[in-house]
Design a protein around this ligand. Structure first.
Ligand code: 13P
Ligand code: SF4
Length: 366
């Protein structure tokens, strides 16, 4: 059914200003390690040859000598620091395939974060993902190579907005997409990702649910359930730019092309797609179907990461870059491991409440 109502900051006159993030706690200090040599040598070439095999279909040989010394240094420093690298599916192939220990979608990264034994987690993704790892693993040092890696969805809503929504709809449970700050997670009943959003909404056994902050994911969920959905006006700046019209013209050019899309896209885009799913569900779909020609309506690096693994699948553009995901680079991952910066911290009282919402999602039975 269509979503029942859609709200935004302008609907709340008394909305407090400037409360978007949790308070900053000073990072703990650590002795920086010396900068390793970043020369391209025969030794670097030999040591990184197996890694180049993984990405040779998407990284030209002329570019590899520029990346390989940093990749080798990062992999050595991970051991020295007792660190693991978690990388989202939108990270560039040289990160996703060459330095990450664990890759996946938001749900997989959250679940994997609960199992990490290492002392240090380097989150190659955006800030809300690093916060989720910290919530689930409060005793670990969680680092993000660039803390400015935000998300238009997470920036669209504050904890105060959630409190105002609760006042407007007393007794209606609140589901937050994980693409939110810890401050927002602390105010909601349960979190969800794009992998499990419908399941989470239905698990509440309520006639109506407030679903925030993505209006398009809310619309997608509403189309799959009888639960009445009250939405927030947020949108992903990457996925909202796709249009149904560009997909129709691609199909006109080649009716055999397969189109798969992320549920953060607008409804006219999803109406043109052969499959809609989270980033992990999209990757599994490609692994199983092996289409000859494919369009992935999502962030560009995901198509590169899939093509590195399945070079027989021809990827057609369009795709859009996420400027926040692209803040993470080999250079700042190296820097992060050398200096143990930038550490992600969450106010402990707020973390207790935010953790509850994420754990409630993770503990849901399939
Ligand atoms: P997934 O949970 O599907 O990986 O999506 C996260 C995200 O930020 C998509 O834009
Ligand atoms: Fe946020 Fe969109 Fe970037 Fe995902 S792709 S991190 S939802 S801005």
């Amino acid at each position: 059914m269509p979503i029942t109502g859609i709200y935004g900051p302008e609907d709340f006159d008394s909305r407090p200003q400037g409360q978007t993030t949790s308070p900053r706690v000073p990072p703990r200090t650590a002795a920086p390690l010396p900068m390793p040599s970043l020369q391209w040598t025969a030794d670097v070439e030999r040591a990184t040859a197996p890694l180049y095999e993984r990405v040779k279909h998407v990284i030209p040989p002329i570019e590899w000598p520029l990346m390989a010394p940093t990749i080798k240094a990062i992999n050595e420093l991970k051991r020295a620091r007792g660190a693991v690298i978690l990388a989202h599916n939108y990270q560039a192939p040289e990160i996703f395939h060459c330095v990450a220990d664990i890759g996946g979608d938001s749900l997989q990264l959250a679940v994997e974060a609960t199992k990490v034994k290492a002392d240090v987690i380097v989150q190659c993704g955006v800030h809300f993902m690093a916060e989720t790892s910290k919530l689930l693993n409060p005793d670990k040092t969680v680092l993000i190579p660039d803390s400015r890696a935000g998300c238009s969805l997470a920036a669209s809503i504050t904890g105060a907005d959630v409190r105002l929504l609760r006042e407007k709809f007393p007794g209606v449970p609140v589901v937050a997409y994980v693409n939110t700050s810890a401050e927002v997670k602390a105010e909601v009943d349960i979190c969800c990702t794009s992998s499990n959003a419908v399941q989470v909404v239905e698990s509440l056994n309520a006639p109506s649910v407030i679903f925030l902050p993505d209006r398009y994911l809310a619309t997608y969920v509403a189309s799959k359930t009888d639960v009445k959905i009250i939405a927030w006006k947020g949108a992903c700046e990457v996925h909202e730019r796709f249009t149904g019209e560009e997909l129709r013209s691609l199909r006109d050019g080649d009716p055999s092309v397969q189109i798969i899309a992320h549920p953060e896209c607008p409804p006219d885009v999803l109406a043109e797609a052969d499959f809609t799913g989270s980033t992990a569900h999209m990757i599994n779909w490609v692994r199983e179907r092996r289409p000859r020609r494919l369009v992935m309506i999502t962030e560009c690096s995901m198509a590169d990461n899939v093509r590195a693994e399945l070079p027989d699948v021809e990827m057609l553009r369009p795709c859009n870059l996420c400027p926040h995901m692209k803040r993470i680079t080999l250079a700042n991952i190296l820097d992060s491991l050398l200096t143990l910066g930038e550490e992600v911290t969450i106010d402990p009282a707020l973390a207790v409440r935010a953790r509850r919402s994420v754990e409630r999602m993770i503990n849901l039975k399939n």
